[in-house]
Write a protein that binds this ligand. Structure first.
Ligand SMILES: [Fe+2]
Length: 280
């Protein structure tokens, strides 16, 4: 039997970022993003908080090494594997140690590596109530159409919203693998790789608390507070030491089987409240 990504139900579990100075970056994630970190023998720095995991390794600045999505049952995972094999998606020979044994990985049209598996629960208990889950990964690509055909057509993520240029080409594609508006998205850009990653903090009050928290830590909000059109979520963005963009989002739309919408590529679409950072 086969299940697509939406039917199997995947959450973003972790992302692995390269950095020229992963140790300094790990200290930033500890001090500012409320995570603890440990160094593994293979030189990975694993930063963890309540339902959030970012792994840092030595390498190029702003480079996504790979990302992992997890689903609840081995049965659903295997049915999803059947689905993508039947669509002739190649499985990559790569063992992702951050998921339980039996995970598998694919490579997308922009050579991003994604793993699918069962979550390895942390043995630690994290008490920080503001440390909320890693929720979505947003990529950037020169060809959003290819991204969308691959993730929707071959993996079975569901399109929830499209942002479209005047000439009809895609500026942004939002896709989901569960009930949340998007678990993965892609912006058209000259840059290929990661655009940002996001933590979902639930409610407006927490965005306010985070703004005050970042102010005390001397970290500037680089965009927002604002509200995105697609997803209707409240947001703020900060940058880490490598200038990776980090989003904190609240009130992200929960999808109840609605058709996808088309939005024009405009400042208003990206931020209903004001200025936008348009990627293309
Ligand atoms: Fe986002």
């Amino acid at each position: 039997m086969k299940l697509n990504a939406l039917q199997a139900g995947f959450n973003l579990d972790h992302i692995v970022l390269e950095s020229p100075n992963p140790y300094n970056l790990a200290k930033f994630y500890k001090e500012i993003i409320m995570m603890e970190f440990v160094k593994k023998n293979n030189n990975e720095l694993i930063c963890e908080g309540k339902n959030r995991k970012i792994i840092l390794i030595k390498g190029k600045k702003n480079k996504l090494s790979y990302a992992g999505f997890s689903c609840r049952s081995k049965e659903s995972l295997n049915k999803f594997k059947n689905f993508i094999i039947s669509n002739n998606v190649n499985l990559k020979k790569f063992e992702n140690n951050h998921l339980k044994k039996g995970s598998f990985s694919i490579i997308d049209p922009d050579k991003n590596i994604l793993s699918f598996g069962i979550r390895k629960n942390s043995k630690k208990i994290f008490k920080n109530e503001l440390c909320m889950p890693l929720q979505h990964l947003t990529l950037s690509s020169k060809n959003v159409e290819k991204f969308q055909s691959f993730y929707c057509g071959l993996l079975g993520f569901k399109i929830t919203d499209n942002v479209v240029h005047e000439n009809g080409s895609l500026a942004t594609s939002f896709l989901t693998s569960n009930h949340e508006h998007h678990t993965i998205a892609c912006f058209k850009s000259d840059k290929i790789g990661i655009d940002h990653h996001s933590y979902e903090v639930g409610k407006w009050e927490n965005i306010k608390i985070l703004c005050d928290y970042f102010s005390k830590k001397n970290v500037k909000i680089i965009w927002g507070p604002g509200r995105h059109g697609p997803g209707n979520n409240l947001f703020i963005f900060i940058e880490d030491l490598d200038k990776n963009w980090i989003e904190f989002s609240a009130e992200l739309e929960i999808i109840h089987d609605r058709k996808y919408k088309k939005w024009p590529q405009s400042e208003n679409t990206l931020n209903l409240w004001g200025k936008a950072i348009l990627r293309s």
